[in-house]
Design a protein around this ligand. Structure first.
Ligand SMILES: *Cc1c(COP(=O)(O)O)cnc(C)c1O
Length: 221
């Protein structure tokens, strides 16, 4: 509301990586259904534990988003078990996901991950490469291209945070003007979600501010 945004225009993705299924169940009981995970194997173990704990009907209402890097040897599991992928970077991966998406499920919703920080980041593709990948993805029958995602270089300064989100929002708007029916701008985490919302995020990915600090460095998990 402080940013002048309609509250229902910004969705919350609860990032549950490294946290146990019991905490996901607690968040679900509090009304949260969308969860983000970075590691495919960890996510699937959690999905199975939750089907036990909550029952199959409740477990089906959970919406899983892959927000970590996706290797080609994991595409089948992702196509079968996730609703969203935020980290699409390659046409080859897109094609595999489309081929492997089971016919009984809705098309897999995907976001292209964009590198808005240049050399400071190795994840995501350069902004100028996004339109070509977007066109390729839009042609795949079992994928639904919904928008863009980025993880800009962190800063403690809200003005700098906003300046780093802005190019992603501008690219998103250019793609919409070119005719892509996009509705999802995935940007903002615990430390910068206010800036991301002020710049137009429609989905914020929040872990620490919901579940507390993670035990170890990301790379050690
Ligand atoms: C871990 C992670 C988050 C959540 O980060 P917090 O700082 O704990 O909110 C969000 N997005 C991605 C891609 C992540 O890997």
């Amino acid at each position: 509301m402080r940013a002048g945004r309609a509250p229902d225009g910004v969705r919350l993705l609860a990032v549950s990586k490294t946290h146990p299924a019991a905490l996901v169940a607690e968040a679900y009981a509090a009304g949260q259904a969308a969860f983000g995970e970075n590691y495919v194997q960890e996510a699937i173990e959690k999905m199975e534990a939750l089907a036990q704990q909550l029952g199959a009907d409740a477990a089906r209402r959970l919406e899983w988003h892959l927000i970590g890097p996706l290797q080609s040897n994991k595409t089948r599991l992702v196509a079968e078990r996730f609703a969203w992928v935020h980290t699409l970077e390659r046409e080859k991966i897109a094609r595999r996901l489309s081929e492997q998406r089971p016919p009984g499920l809705a098309p897999l919703k995907v976001l292209v991950q964009v590198n808005v920080s240049g050399e400071a980041s190795k994840s995501g593709i350069a902004p100028q490469e996004v339109p070509a990948l977007a066109r390729a993805v839009a042609a795949l029958p079992r994928l639904e291209l919904r928008g863009l995602m980025a993880i800009p270089e962190p800063s403690d300064d809200p003005a700098v945070q906003r300046a780093r989100f802005r190019p992603l929002r501008e690219l998103y708007e250019r793609l919409q003007q070119q005719g892509f029916a996009l509705d999802t701008l995935s940007m903002g985490m615990s430390a910068d979600l206010e800036a991301a919302i002020a710049e137009g995020a429609t989905l914020v990915r929040v872990g620490t501010a919901i579940f507390g600090a993670r035990e170890t460095a990301e790379s050690a998990v």
